[in-house]
Design a protein around this ligand. Structure first.
Ligand code: SF4
Length: 223
């Protein structure tokens, strides 16, 4: 098979560059971000453009929270939103440990599936140039992550009437972001180590991209 494959590859040589990057799902599709956390309507164009212009193919990683937390809107996590003063608040805090154990179980399964694909790319002669995670994510952070128990604690003490995008992104997310590795990136890195696939990990900071709306026009000053 080896000789035949080499012959076919030589006879059918085409434009493929033989390099691929693994991008976190939301770099290509912001619709899976937590409510209040999407920074773009679609994806992060400049990241995608950089790789494609450089002749690197893109493998879109699964969104692990979509898989483990109840779909695109992560409905299992939404239970905690605006739960202050309801029975959902103490229940969320009580079951968080079990929820995180389940999350790690799902992430380990996803990581095995991604690692299989990576081995296939390498066997097929492709170089996997990097894994790009998302700064500050409890799942996809590489150098920075979210203290999920701390964030959930604040979230479950915030009444529905006070929950807005600023409160969520500053008091809940930014206030609990620090050095560390997200659960899915850790599972991926361990799986890659186990199968001997050395791939560099880096992270993209979506907040750095934040498009701040222009300030409202100031009324003309009287002359
Ligand atoms: S950071 Fe990871 S878990 Fe969060 S939306 Fe992006 S792909 Fe999904």
């Amino acid at each position: 098979m080896g000789h035949r494959l080499e012959r076919l590859q030589a006879q059918l040589a085409d434009q493929r560059g033989g390099r691929v990057v693994l991008l976190s799902h939301c770099l290509l599709n912001q619709n899976v971000r937590y409510l209040g956390g999407a920074e773009r309507p679609g994806g992060v164009q400049e990241v995608v453009d950089d790789y494609l212009t450089g002749g690197v193919g893109i493998y879109q990683l699964p969104c692990p929270e979509q898989r483990a937390w109840g779909g695109v809107l992560k409905r299992r996590m939404l239970v905690a939103y605006g739960s202050a003063g309801t029975v959902r608040a103490p229940a969320t805090r009580l079951f968080l440990g079990a929820f995180l154990r389940y999350t790690r179980f799902v992430y380990a399964r996803l990581a095995r599936s991604v690692a299989k694909d990576i081995l296939d790319y390498r066997r097929s002669g492709c170089e996997v140039v990097a894994v790009v995670g998302i700064a500050g994510s409890p799942s996809c952070g590489v150098h920075t992550t979210l203290d999920l128990p701390g964030a959930v604690d604040v979230l479950t003490r915030c009444p529905m009437a006070q929950l807005d995008r600023r409160t969520l992104n500053e008091d809940v997310v930014a206030a609990h972001t620090g050095p560390g590795e997200g659960m899915f990136m850790r599972a991926l890195r361990r799986r890659f180590d186990a199968v001997g696939a050395a791939v560099p990990f880096e992270e993209h900071d979506l907040l750095r991209d934040r498009q701040i709306p222009p300030p409202p026009p100031t009324p003309d000053r009287p002359q």
